[in-house]
Design a protein around this ligand. Structure first.
Ligand code: 6PG
Length: 480
């Protein structure tokens, strides 16, 4: 075959990735789609790409150099399994099958095992950056065996986004590591978006500024430490006027947030791993709450604060407090996300370089931001960082922000404005800070009703109080 790389699945993400591949020196791209029309359309629209089309899996395999390398860009779930089966039918041992969809990492672990046992290489790869990223340079998070990285690495480096001279791709770890990291990326994306939405809501309701005026505030923020793609596009969305009504577009969009599931996966996985990703969880739940129209129909009947008018005295000062609260909460969300990656790596036996992950998110992906350099710096020191936010830079930033953060959360609660991500992030922070937590009381309760035992601060061993007896303490078997 003449092509060094192939793409299966030519919907928007697949065709854009194929065009990106074709535009790079040295690549010849074989393409295949289940229905012929998509292939014909792509070939016709982009003759400059020099695609080699195929109309059967056999032909697609014949068009590829060995070891054959094909990237699957189809819907996660069953369609992905179906394509993998077809490729295994026509490929030969040693060939590389890459899944570039938003697959659940446990599916990737299962597939990698099955495909490896059949003699092929399987790489689950997170791809971020949406349609434009796929075309111009995405952030790529491949997992899979080291062997496949030899062939795949140079190709992926050629198409990835570039941040500060470095391609936004690294071999994240074995089997499902890439999709795991992509999943957490999306969880962080949810948290970041929710935090920005809360900041907008508080400023709007606290100062009465229009969406266009708030767009200017976000544009200003985008020149400082909050500089990021999500802040930038927020300004664009807030500035948009609806052509039909002349209203700000944000006021005519139905206030029910959709979700395709990757945020929920991040939280479900964190629950299994016992990692407190509370900011991400609140962001997922906030979308759920927004979308339950029938539940929200009670809105008029639930009492709120007497003084519902919420007007801040010094708008400029308040806006700065919100900015600081946003920054502090963002530090918490990213810290929680990296905590989940660390726990996932330990659980699944992946050797993940957290600093490298923060670097490949600096370009191409939805959460790209200057801020990720600070995370890379934190991991670059080689210090043991059991919690990312304890890195000196973040401690300083949180110290600078905490008064404002508390004030904003108080103001939101006082005025009856929901700020779940702001407030849960602050609670998480104060939970980490607390010298003693009321968890001691919970242990006492557990021991009372279930003899679940407790540890003492002053001696080793496991203890139980004879609650229904004479309430003396006995040594006990550790039951956790
Ligand atoms: C990306 C995005 C992308 C997409 C997700 C989340 O990195 O390019 O994360 O994967 O936006 O599907 O979308 P939902 O908000 O619909 O869950």
């Amino acid at each position: 075959g003449a092509a060094n790389i192939g793409v299966v699945g030519l919907a928007v993400m697949g065709s854009n990735l194929a065009r990106n591949l074709a535009s790079r020196e040295g690549n010849t791209v074989a393409v295949f789609n289940r229905s012929r029309s998509k292939t014909d359309e792509l070939i016709e629209a982009h003759p400059e790409a020099g695609f080699i089309p195929a109309f059967s899996y056999e032909e697609f395999a014949a068009n590829l150099q060995k070891p054959r390398t094909a990237i699957i860009m189809v819907k996660a779930g069953r369609p992905t399994d179906a394509v993998i089966d077809e490729l295994m039918r026509v490929f030969e041992p040693g060939d590389i099958i890459v899944d570039g969809g938003n697959s659940l990492f446990t599916d990737t672990i299962r597939r990698e095992k099955a495909v490896r046992e059949a003699g092929f290489n399987f790489v689950g790869m997170g791809v971020s950056g949406g349609e434009e990223g796929a075309l111009l340079g995405p952030s790529l998070m491949p997992g899979g065996p080291d062997e496949s990285w030899v062939t795949l690495g140079p190709i992926l480096k050629s198409i990835a986004a570039v941040a500060e001279g470095e391609p936004c791709v690294t071999h994240v770890g074995h089997d499902g590591a890439g999709h795991f990291v992509k999943m957490v990326h999306n969880g962080i994306e949810y948290a970041d978006m929710q935090l920005i939405a809360e900041a907008y809501d508080l400023i709007r309701r606290g100062t009465g500024k229009s969406p266009a005026e708030i767009a200017d505030i976000f544009a200003e923020w985008n020149r400082g430490e909050l500089e990021s793609y999500l802040i930038e596009i927020t300004a664009e969305v807030l500035r948009q006027t609806d052509a039909a009504t002349g209203q700000p577009l944000v006021d005519v969009i139905v206030d029910q947030a959709g979700a395709k599931g990757t945020g929920a996966w991040t939280v479900q996985t964190a629950l299994d791993l016992g990692v407190p990703v509370s900011g991400i969880a609140e962001a997922v739940f906030a979308r759920s709450l927004s979308s339950h129209r029938e539940q929200r129909d009670v809105s008029g009947s639930l009492p709120g604060p007497d003084d519902a008018s919420f007007t801040v005295e010094d708008p400029g000062a308040f806006i700065e407090q919100v900015r600081l609260a946003l920054y502090a909460s963002k530090i918490v969300a990213y810290s929680q996300g990296f905590d989940e990656i660390r726990a996932g790596a330990a659980q699944y036996g992946w050797n993940i370089d957290l600093g490298a992950v923060s670097k490949i998110w600096r370009g191409g992906c939805i959460i790209r931001a200057q801020f990720l350099n600070r995370i890379a710096d934190a991991y670059a020191t080689g210090d043991e960082l059991p919690v990312l936010l304890t890195a000196p830079y973040f401690v300083e930033a949180l110290g600078r922000a905490q008064d404002a953060w508390r004030h904003v959360v108080q103001a939101a609660a006082g005025a009856g404005i929901p700020a779940p991500a702001f407030s849960s992030s602050l609670s998480y922070y104060d939970g980490l800070r607390a010298e003693r937590l009321p968890a001691a009381l919970i242990q006492g309760q557990r021991d009372f009703f279930g003899a679940h035992t407790y540890k003492r601060i002053d001696k080793d061993g496991t203890f139980h109080t004879l609650w229904s007896g004479d309430r003396s303490e006995v040594e006990a078997e550790d039951t956790h």
